[in-house]
Design a protein around this ligand. Structure first.
Ligand code: SF4
Ligand code: SF4
Length: 432
């Protein structure tokens, strides 16, 4: 046997072990549940953008399930062709990459329309776990995970850059608010809240960080960012690498303890919310020592309790809201952002469908960091572009920086002419 064959056999064996280890009772049910009724096809934005058999949710499940059946069912062992069971070879692992990373954003929408309640996104995540365990994550996505592990943030922004950005933002904020006490706090021990942000806010969209600082100042909040651990995202979650995901989560918890805060506030990020709030305690195998909330919940509290005063006429144009899949369908957070937008804008309209049933923007699941699937990502965003156009809105409030990047591109490619704004930016511009 050649060295390459030996390597291939070793990788395939590790993939089988990981697949076996990932399967718990519920996952086994999902892997075996598809009855191929075909009802889910039109619920998937990827299929709608490119209606080929490989993009059908049922076909994606069949791809992962075929390997499971071969090794973990009696029929799979003795009559593999009868149940579509397949050997886990190197070539098939390579085919699986395109299915679970390139044809699915794990948005979960098809799952709520499936005739037998099959959680397609969970099956896809199992496929990603297997590929991550054998080092077969697409290069761009893996680089983003490596950046986070090696530098502390997914864009490898040096701490000095965060510090200088915070400094000039604080200067601008003082002028804009006409108050010398307004500031952007970094590495301050003993503040009430540790605020995590998307590095994209530091590097390319600092006005969203400045807006949050302005609102915190207006509310008299006690808060800080950490220059070492400030990234709200977790690309280990997207790639299926639970070890990296756990390590990133642990670092945030340790930093919160070191800075002696009472609460961690997550800036607007769909997967950051889901992964830190809901998946994180399982990864680190302990309850968090401090409270964790999305900034959307905090903004809602400020407004409902009268801690900040807002004037909706300051946001006069029609605004609609995009529901990020990981925040809303998977994360269960749908109402605070709506209460906030109704309070701070004059003409708020819903997209159809919305909340649980909303369509993915096409940029989820780490898709934005895998350039090889760029054309499919844009094609799969057509349904979102149509949703936005139908609202007649001029502004799309988007509580996720990942979705914001995709929506900015969709606006150009589909000629929507809309502005993409974070919710906190609309709150800041409505302050009285
Ligand atoms: S989880 Fe989302 S992207 Fe994946 S198959 Fe279902 S609807 Fe399509
Ligand atoms: S709706 Fe459910 S059972 Fe039917 S093809 Fe889709 S995943 Fe399979």
């Amino acid at each position: 046997m050649s060295e390459r064959d030996t390597d291939g056999a070793r990788i395939a064996e590790k993939a089988c072990e990981t697949l076996a280890g990932s399967i718990r009772g519920l996952a086994a049910y999902h892997l075996n549940a598809c009855v191929r009724c075909g009802l889910c096809a039109e619920t998937c934005h990827v299929y709608q953008g490119e209606p080929v058999p490989e993009n059908h949710p049922g076909a994606k499940v069949a791809k992962v399930a075929g390997y499971y059946r071969k090794y973990h069912t009696l029929l799979g062992k003795y009559a593999p062709r009868f149940v579509g069971a397949k050997d886990l070879t190197l070539q098939l692992l390579d085919e699986l990459i395109e299915t679970v990373y390139g044809r699915c954003t794990a948005c979960g929408r098809c799952g709520i329309h499936c005739s037998v309640g099959l959680d397609v996104a969970a099956v896809i995540q199992t496929g990603r776990n297997v590929l991550a365990a054998v080092g077969k994550v697409p290069e761009g996505l893996q680089r983003t995970v490596d950046n986070q592990i090696e530098t502390g943030n997914q864009m490898a922004v040096p701490p000095e850059e965060l510090l200088s950005t915070a400094e000039w933002l604080a200067d601008d904020l003082k002028v804009e608010m006409g108050d010398d006490d307004a500031s952007v706090y970094v590495n301050q021990k003993g503040k009430r809240a540790l605020y995590l942000v998307n590095p994209r806010e530091v590097k390319f969209f600092p006005l969203s960080l400045m807006a949050a600082a302005g609102v915190f100042h207006a509310a008299g909040e006690s808060w800080t960012i950490s220059s070492k651990v400030y990234d709200v995202t977790n690309y280990g979650f997207f790639s299926g690498d639970a070890q990296s995901a756990a390590e990133l989560t642990r670092r945030v918890v340790e930093e919160a303890k070191a800075l002696a805060v009472e609460e961690i506030i997550l800036s607007e990020c769909g997967h950051g919310y889901r992964s830190f709030r809901w998946e994180g305690p399982n990864w680190v195998r302990e309850e968090y020592p401090v409270r964790v909330r999305s900034v959307l919940e905090l903004l809602d509290e400020y407004i409902v309790t009268g801690r900040i005063k807002v004037d909706p006429t300051k946001n006069d144009e029609r605004v609609t809201l995009h529901d990020p899949c990981n925040l809303v369908r998977h994360g269960g957070l749908s109402e605070p952002q709506r209460r906030v937008l109704r309070a701070v804008t004059r003409d708020f309209v819903e997209m159809t469908p919305n909340r649980q049933d909303n369509f993915c923007c096409g940029g989820g699941g780490g898709m934005l960091s895998m350039s090889e699937y760029g054309d499919r990502r844009i094609a799969s965003g057509r349904v979102k572009a149509d949703q936005i156009r139908a609202t007649g809105a001029k502004i799309v409030a988007t509580p996720c920086h990942n979705c914001a990047d995709q929506l900015l591109e969709l606006s150009k490619r589909y000629d929507l002419g809309v502005e993409i704004r974070a919710v906190v930016e609309l709150v800041y511009s409505s302050l009285c």
